[in-house]
Design a protein around this ligand. Sequence first.
Ligand SMILES: [Zn+2]
Length: 266
Amino acid sequence: MTQPAPWSRWNPPVVLQLGLLLAFTTLAILFWTKAVWPQRFLWPQASGEAIFCIRTQDPVMALTFDDGPHPIYTPAILDVLEAYQAKSTFFAIGRHLEQYPHIAQSLVDQGHELANHTFSHPDLNRRLRSEIEREVQQTDTLLAPLVKSSQPYFRPPYGHANLVVMQALKDMGRPILFWDVDLLDWSGLSVAQMMTMLAKQAHPGAIVLMHDASPSPDGSPQASRQKTVELVKQILATYTPQGYRFVTLSELLTLGTPQASPSFCR
Ligand SMILES: [Zn+2]
């Protein structure tokens, strides 16, 4: 004769069963709404040192591009921006700056802004403080001949910045610029899907994240940014007639009050 499974003998009172069900449902809802899910930008928000957008009534947005420069996609994006007289900020990886200094120079010559996105694109949360400082300083050295500020804006790879990272950047006096609209242009979404995402999130003072290159090797399937080039075209063609201007982060920050949490952006 087969023994009944041990759990089938467990027969708690109905009240306890209902209580457990209620507790489980409540927890599931809290996690789903991220009320108790660890916040992605917990430390940057807690520090009050990071900027996610600005508050303004002016129809302005800052398009920002991470991980370049790239020999094909960065010039292609620059051509699109030029056609609409739009200006942008490019968070460059140091090792890509070393490879393509002429592209970085042409970007600056056209009135765009360069910023620091580390030298080798590591997850800084997993690095020692001395390594964090070296990643920032190596790229600063490469940026020095190209930028006016001795402390260009900084954005950590993957948006990862724990307490150690935030403190190191604060001690280096670095302005830390995140974003409040992430179009996930690396993730395989179609341009139409990304435009729909933007339509739901666009607002005066938004900082929009895109990528003009990939930290992955050029041969990898994730490395193409052709969709990003098309996306920029559609953004400018859609929002410029609505009165929006597209400006560098330096200009954006003069046009409203910087917000230290994405929750205050819309
Ligand atoms: Zn990046």
